[in-house]
Design a protein around this ligand. Structure first.
Ligand code: KPL
Length: 295
């Protein structure tokens, strides 16, 4: 059994794809509206001009959970500390946890429990239209190399997802960080979908400079991105153009954002390495201010 912790956009999408391929999967979460909608009507996915609905098992995270070989953590970063006991509870012998969360530090927090924790990275852009209903723009699912991981990759592929292992998961984490530190706060501050960030020249320059700063910090800590950060961020913004970033979706719903594990963690790491990151510092301050207003 695969257990997914989370009932938001990415969790609903991944759960739906796996369930549709006949993979036994159960979502566990604490968002009552999400749980109710998924249990009542399953998940509805709009993707590639098609729409489909798939029944999905969704349970309260505090309830009785059957043993799972895989526990995939897809909840938002602010929830990670409170998820630790649930994440490790009823992990089958030899079972593994994988975090697909954005930002830095989630893996380390999850490692406070007894089970093995691996890092994953997903570049899929999913918008939650309403509880249990999402619109998805497919991306890749990268997983850290470990002996049991090819089995999970095979299940993802059976579900039609583009999945693979990588020996350089840290590089993947930092590439994704460059994307998220640039797209997420800017889209949240301006209230626009990802693609709109490329349209106005001044905004585009801030987007690109935010990504360049992350690349400089990555370089300073010995995990160079190995790709041009500007090309990377522009490509993701274009490919996920109609998606509202997860940070914008969080603000829309009055939820705390992932700003601390994204730009917050980046600014802290930059300070340790002596790398100036003025754009990220300013984005961090602005989103914190917006959060104080909204939450
Ligand atoms: O990861 C994302 C997010 O919104 O958190 C991107 C890739 C930017 C898609 O919106």
């Amino acid at each position: 059994v695969i257990r997914i912790l989370g009932t938001g956009a990415l969790a609903s999408y991944l759960g739906g794809r796996l369930a549709r391929a006949g993979v036994p999967v159960v979502l566990a979460g604490s968002w009552t509206d999400g749980l109710a909608a998924l249990s009542r009507s399953g998940v509805t996915v709009h993707e590639d001009g098609e729409s489909w609905t798939e029944p999905l098992r969704a349970v309260g995270i505090g309830g009785s959970l059957e043993p799972a070989e895989w526990v995939l953590v897809l909840a938002k970063s602010p929830q990670t500390p409170s998820l630790v006991p649930h994440a490790h509870r009823n992990l089958a012998p030899g079972g593994t946890l994988v975090t697909f969360q954005n930002g830095l530090g989630n893996r380390e927090i999850l490692q406070a429990g007894p089970g093995r924790v691996l890092q994953g990275v997903s570049t899929t852009g999913v918008t939650l239209l309403r509880p249990g209903e999402v619109r998805a723009l497919a991306g890749t699912w990268l997983l850290e190399e470990a002996p049991s991981v090819p089995a999970l990759v095979a299940l993802f592929r059976r579900a039609g997802l583009e999945a693979e292992t990588t020996p350089e998961i840290e590089v993947a984490v930092w590439r994704k960080l460059a994307v998220n530190c640039a797209i997420n706060p800017l889209s949240a501050l301006l209230g626009v979908a990802n693609g709109a960030l490329l349209e106005d020249p001044a905004t585009r320059e801030r987007l690109c400079e935010a990504a360049r700063e992350v690349a400089r910090v990555a370089e300073a800590r010995g995990t160079p991105l190995g790709v041009d950060p500007v090309t990377l961020v522009a490509e993701v913004a274009r490919k996920t153009g109609s998606n509202r970033s997860s940070m914008l979706q969080d603000l829309d719903r009055g939820l705390p954002t992932e700003i601390e594990s994204l730009n917050g963690a980046l600014v802290a790491e930059a300070a340790r390495r002596g790398v100036p990151v003025p754009v990220n510092t300013s984005l961090l301050a602005s989103v914190r201010a917006l959060e104080r207003k909204a939450v």
